[in-house]
Ligand binder design. Sequence first.
Ligand SMILES: [Zn+2]
Length: 488
Amino acid sequence: MIKELSLFNTLGKKKMPFVPINKEKVTFYSCGPTVYDYAHIGNLRYFTFVDTLRRTLEFLGYNVEHVMNITDVGHLSDDGDLGEDKMLRGVEREKKKQGKEFTVWDLAQFYTDAFIADSQKMNFLPPHQLTKATQHIQGMIDLIQSLVDQGYAYKTSKAVYFDVTKFADYTKLSGQKLDEKHVGVRDEVVVDEEKHHPADFRLWQLDQPDHAMQWDSPWGKGFPGWHIECSAMAMEYLGETLDIHTGGIDHIPVHHTNEIAQSEASTGKQFANYWLHSDFLRVDDEKMAKSKGNAYNLSDIMAKGFSALALRFFYLSAHYRTTLNFTWEALEGAQSAYENLWTQVMTARTLVAKTSYSGQKAEIIDEARLTEYVHKFTDAMLDDLNTPLAIAVLWEVIKSESTPATKIAFFEKVESVMGLSLLSAPTLYDDSFLDKATQTEVIEMVIQRDEAKAQKDYELSDTLRESITKKGFIAIDTVAGTIAIPSF
Ligand SMILES: [Zn+2]
């Protein structure tokens, strides 16, 4: 039974009960990476939020159709369509780094693969569709054509633009005044004096003969603007009105504002019912920036001995709508908390497995407690994905006086939401334990040690503890005797 999920909707600026258009299938579009470089830890925070939302919806019983785009055609380094092209800048950098020819297509493939590899390490569920912009150009052209036909778009000698003054309520998502959008126009690289309004944004870029990616269009050879790709792909896969659309809060004033304008102008329908945005990640209390050298990526994190899941745990420890400050000390704290949680869960699992292995009567799961725990956890997630509160419930359960069987039953129910892989490693007693010889030896040592302790032979008991440690396990004394768990 689905209880009420409440999500903070940027459109309306308040928490609202989540009601999908079609109960059978929730349609969910997330703005994805621009593949000109590795994802940095700010990007990874956003993708952790996306994954948590997806996992929570599925936990609540919804069938989710999740689409994410890969921006593999150049978009300009400023989200307002100003500045230089991120993809072209990436190509120049890679040419220098690799000392060989490197095309924009090579760049896109290389960093798409890197993004997928990072996503696997972070334990992100793969979107049902990971759509490349370059494979959806015709859909973008069709959408632009419908805007031109309806009088929302016009062509100059340099580009096809969306006319923001034609779309009522253009700034409804950000709440900005249209005048405020003049800011930054003087920095524009391609000055176009034929533009009607400074805030008009490019749908199709023309007159860039040096650009490596070009397609024919009814307006001439060129390439799409960034915003149009998300509208075209989201509607192609998910229909004209989606349930949920996500991005970082930096997307609110420009990218998502423009997505709404062009989609809704074209269809006359609301584009997405729920707009969700995750907040910024700061580093050492400063804005993260490539130029400052603090825009770390996952390899930087792992090179310092941290696991990707410790980084995930760090992100989940803060609500997605709060600014989170990254420091190496904070990550160290998260890593040690995560290891501690993992070890305690493994201990409880091994206790249950040992009882069953030694033919003892299995412990009874306290169903009333279990229900209470699951409700508490679920309530936290229903409240706009309150992950810090959900993590507090994980600690409360693992530290409680409940039986290990009750604890494990709880973790089995909620593990899919946090994606922390707390249950995936085999215990000493599992058939899936790979090193069979070690498994047999350590199980025997545990039996001998329990006997030695029963006979108060502490010398032998200590020797056996050392032998267990040498095999790569940690020996823990519990009321049920020795528990050997593989070290983290
Ligand atoms: Zn987007």
